[in-house]
Design a binder for this molecule. Structure first.
Ligand SMILES: [Mg+2]
Length: 197
């Protein structure tokens, strides 16, 4: 078995429960009662009957990118991975704004948890980044990101972080039910440790 040297970790809904924070706020603002289980697909804006711009603006308004709390056990895990000399990359497609510096805010937010020595890549083309950086393990919650890596890379181990929107309903919708059992699913980020050797 090949030694694990580089791990790619998605940020939102992987390091902390982005959607759990977001849901009550959007529900309040748009008079809805959407629950986590209702988000069973990547197309989620219809649940609040809003468009992408409104969604983007709300995220900025709620200060999600700079205030919400990372799980304690996640912070410990990342520190342990660093001690093992495993290189970590945070990769995110967080929204960018003209009047809000997402990159700076994200860096400041991670610094609060002493995670500031870790490289952050802001990019939508996750496959490209994966290839350039020679990633051994890739962890994300969105199925389309996982599928892209599975399809294009034989080398990278992909782990899906279990969330309502990446369960069987989404596989059925995409007509890829046969892949459901084939993708390793973890319940929390700490399970990464099972794949380190
Ligand atoms: Mg995510």
């Amino acid at each position: 078995m090949k030694k694990i040297k580089k791990i790619w970790i998605d940020i939102d809904d992987t390091l902390y429960p982005f959607m759990e924070y977001l849901l009550p706020l959007l529900n309040k603002d748009f008079w809805k009662n959407v629950k986590m289980e209702d988000i069973n697909s990547f197309d989620l804006l219809y649940l609040w009957e809003i468009d992408r711009e409104e969604f983007k603006n709300k995220i900025k308004k709620y200060n999600i990118y700079e205030t919400w709390e990372i799980y304690n056990e996640t912070i410990t895990l990342i520190k342990n991975l660093k001690k093992k000399n495993i290189q970590i990359l945070f990769v995110t497609s967080r929204f960018q704004y003209n009047d809000y510096d997402t990159i700076k805010k994200t860096k400041q937010w991670l610094k609060k948890y002493n995670l500031d020595g870790i490289e952050i890549i802001f990019n939508n083309n996750k496959w490209n980044i994966c290839k350039i950086h020679n990633i051994d393990i890739f962890v994300d919650d969105w199925l389309h990101n996982i599928l892209d890596i599975i399809e294009k890379s034989k080398k990278t181990k992909t782990l899906i972080l279990d969330q309502p929107w990446n369960r069987i309903a989404e596989f059925k919708k995409l007509k890829i039910t046969h892949l459901f059992e084939k993708i390793d699913r973890i319940k929390n980020l700490n399970e990464i440790i099972k794949y380190i050797y």
